[in-house]
Design a protein around this ligand. Sequence first.
Ligand SMILES: Nc1ncnc2c1ncn2[C@@H]1O[C@H](COP(=O)(O)OP(=O)(O)OP(=O)(O)O)[C@@H](O)[C@H]1O
Length: 604
Amino acid sequence: MESPADAASTGGQRPVGWGALMKDPSTAHRQLLRFFRGFGAPYRRLLALGVGMRLCETAADLVTPWPVAAVVDHVLGAGGARNPLGSLLDVLGTDRTAMLTAAAALVVLVALVSAAFDYAGDRLMNGVGERMSAAIRRETFAHLQRLPLSYHDRRTVGGSTSRVITDCGNVKDGLVAFCSVLFPGVLSVTGYAAALLLLDWRFGLIGAAVVPAVLLLGVRNRRRGHRAARRRREAEGELTALVAEALQGIRTVHAFGRHGVHDRDFAARSGGVLDAGLEAVDVQARRAPLLEAVTAAGTAALLWVGGVGVLRGWWSTGHLVVAIGYLTGMVAPLRALSKLSGTFAQGQASAERIAEVLAEPCPLRAPVRAGARGLPPRARGRVDFAGVSMDYGDRRALHRLDLKIAAGERIALTGPNGAGKSTALALVAGLYRPTRGTVCIDGTATADLPEEWLRRQVTAVLQETFLFAGTVADNIRYARPDASPREVRAAADAALVTAFTDGFPDGLGTRLGDCGGGLSGGQRQRVGIARALLADAPIVLLDEPTSGLDAEAERQVVAALGRLVADRTVVMVTHRPALLETATGVVTLTAAGPGRGYGAADGR
Ligand SMILES: Nc1ncnc2c1ncn2[C@@H]1O[C@H](COP(=O)(O)OP(=O)(O)OP(=O)(O)O)[C@@H](O)[C@H]1O
C-alpha cells in the first residue's frame, strides 16, 4: 500500500478515506497501523537491528536466575542436577567461597550484558519511534497547510493546531511506548514462557495460563478506554481552539471586558476533558487489582507445584528458584504493559484524528495534468469567467458570472456587500474551485493548472496584509525567498516602504512582532505591495487595499500601487474613487434578489 508520506508528496488520493475505515471500529486499530506503516518503511534496518538487540537482551535475562540456582544447588548444598552453570562451578573444585564469588560475578556480568543490550535496543527503537513521529508531524503540517481553504473554513485554527502538536505528541508517546515497553515486553514474556516450558512442561502450563489471563485483562474495557481517550482528545482540541480564539481576539476581549464569558466557556469545556480523563483513569485503575490477583495466583500455583516437585525429588531447589525467577520476570513486563493501556488508547485516538487530516483529499498536491504541461514561464494575463457559480456549502456567493478580462486590463469589481467580489478574486487565485463553470487564465481552467505555476502568475494585496514575525525585509522576501537584498530594496523603494523604514534605526531589518505587529495600517499595506511587486506576477488582485486608511495613507498606498499595476492584468475590488480612477473598466456585481443569486453588469 502507498505510504501516507508518498501519497501526500505525490498528490495521490488515498484509496480509502478515514471515514470509511472507521466504519468497522473493531478493526480500526489494525487499519490504523496499515495507514501509518509507510512512515516506518525508511527505518526497517534500524528496527531489525533494534529487534536483534532486544532478542539478545531477552536471552541475557533468561540466564539471570541460573547463577542463583547454581549457588542453591551446588554451593548451599541443596543438591540437584541439570544446572548448566553447576558443572561450570564444579571446575572450581570444592572451594565454596570461590564458587560463590564466581556466581556473584556472573550475576553482575549477565546484568551488565542485559543492560548493554537494553541500552542499545532503547537507543535504536526509541530513536525510530521519535523519527517516525517527527515524520508524521511534518507530514500532517505539510498536508494541513495545503488543504483547500474550504477545509480550513470549517475548522478552527486552535483545533488544527491541536492535531499537529498534541495529537502528534500523543502518537509519539504511543510509538515510543511501543518500542521501549510493548515490543520488548512481548519478547520477554514469550521468552520466559518458552523457557518455563523447556524447564518443565508443568511450569510451562502455569506460565502459559498466566499470559492469556493477563492479556484478557488488557483487552477488557479496551473499547471503553478507547472511547474515553477519543472523547478526551476531542474535548482537548476544542479547548485549544477556545484558548487560541480568545488570545487572537485579546484586544476585543479587553476592549469589552468580556473575560468572564471566555472563563465560563473554558470551564464548561474543561469539564468535558475532566470527565473523559476520569473515565480513562477508572478503566486503568480497574485493571490493577485484577492483575495483581492473577499474578499472585500464578506465583502461588508455581510455588505449590514446584514445592511438591522438589519434595518428591522431581526437581532441584535451584530449578524452583529459576522457575520462580522466570515467572517474576514474565509478570513484570505484563504489569508494565497493562499500565500503558492509557497511553495506547490516547495514541490510537490521536492517530485517528491525524489520519482524518491525512485522508482529506488535497487537490493542491494533485499530479500535474498532461494538458497543463508545457506552460510558458509567464502568463500573458488573460482572465475569463465562463458561467461561474460559487456556493460555500449551501450559501450562494456568485451566480453565473461571465466576464472576459484581456491581458493588461485593470478591472474594478464593485457592488453591494456580499455580492461576491472577494469570492471572484479568490477564484482567480485558485483558492477555491467554482461550483459550476470555469475560471481560465490564458484559456486554461485554474483547476487544471499546476499549483506552483498558478502561484507565480497571480499575486494579491488584500484589505489587511498579513505579516509574519521577522524583519520587514523578511516579509517582503516572503514573495520570493531567493530574491537578492538589492531586489528587496528596489521593491521596498517602489512601494514607498523605505520612505518610513529609513526613519527606523534598523531600516528594512526592523523586527516586527507576532503577526507583524508594530506597523500602522498604511505601512502594512505598503509592505504588502512591496511583497507583491517582488513576486512580479502578470496578474494582480487587489481587495480593498486602501479601505480603513486615512486620506494621506491612502494617497501613499495608491501611489505605491501605481507601480504595482503598471503593465499587468489587474482585478480590483474597491469603492474608493482614488483607486477606481486607475481602472480601465468597472464591472458591477449586482444582487439579483434574495435567493436568486447575483449577476454582472459590465460598465466598461
Ligand atoms: N469562507 C466563506 N464561507 C462561507 N461563506 C462565505 C465565505 N466567504 C464568503 N462567504 C459568503 O459569500 C457571499 C459573498 O461574499 P464575498 O466576501 O465574496 O462578498 P463581497 O462582495 O466581497 O462582500 P464585501 O463587499 O462585504 O467584502 C457572502 O454571503 C458571504 O457571507
